[in-house]
Design a protein around this ligand. Sequence first.
Ligand code: HEM
Length: 327
Amino acid sequence: MSEKSWDRVPIDAQSIDAPLSRAAVFLVVTVGAEPDALVTACGALAGLDDLVKTVGFRDLSARLSCIVGLGRDFWDRLRLDERPRELKTFAPIHGPVHTAPATPGDLIFHIRAEREDLCFEFERILLDKLGASITVIDEVSGFRYFDARDLLGFVDGTANPTGLDLPASALVGNEDPVFAGGSYIVVQKYLHDMASWAKVPTPMQEEIIGRTKIDNIEIDDDEAPRKSHKSLATIVDADGNEHDILRDNMPFGRPGQREFGTYFIGYSRYLWVIEKMLQRMYIGDPPGAYDRLLDFSTPHTGITFFAPARPTLEALAQAAQRQAAGP
Ligand code: HEM
């Protein structure tokens, strides 16, 4: 990393840097239009840290964590003086064949633990606290699958940044000092056409993803006629620097309903990096040569959020509560 901003940034950001877990819940809600709803929702945000302790203390080894992200429209309702520089609503992308839709969501709660029951208990109490102030838009329980594979059978998450690269890629730095330590979040809930994917021979599946299936080795496709998912999702800026994001994708499904999915969640220091990945996947590079993963995976949601660092979250939730409650 070129700047040495990290020594001064509180890396205390709602546990974004917590290790990837065995279980996760992705809960997306909208907050009611009434001022009371805003007060209740902000109260829940201010109390999030205490709730993580209340539930998480029952089994510390399960490492319960919760990250909350706020959408642009919700942020504007808080009537605060400042906003994260890049925060905006998710813009739909219309590629030549596939579209990434934009869907509603004021808040996302990304709840993670080594035990599904802790995620469940946390979500149950959280929703009790939020009460009638919110409407649940989407709720997905994900699980870690064999060798961290997605349901298409490939190991997912290998190229994630680790060590010092993780905060450098995932957390805002001194380029936006008020929001340093926070992170932009983009989510998309994908459903897979497993029957069609199963008909694709393994070498072709490997070309599409850009890694071998069994042993997860990266495939060099510089000379290939079509770029793989891995290559389309690799972002290099004008100065030749590669920009990574932190992904915590989770498989989910209901085999009885023939539902098989991947919940994509990306955390990034810069929102433009994830947006560029999506442009390259949907529009293609060169244009038209889109990501063939999309022929088998359809996004049903698309939302952008900002997860402030914990001290910022508490301060802004309290300020917004006062503001909404009136004099
Ligand atoms: C790499 C699966 C959607 C960004 C990968 C890999 C797999 C995968 C198997 C290779 C192993 C790895 O490095 O993790 C999927 C599936 C998706 C999905 C199943 C949804 C159906 C997305 C989306 C984005 C994205 C929407 C970004 C907006 C990336 C990045 C890499 C990657 C940045 C690493 C590239 C590198 O090697 O540097 N994905 N992905 N993925 N994916 Fe995805």
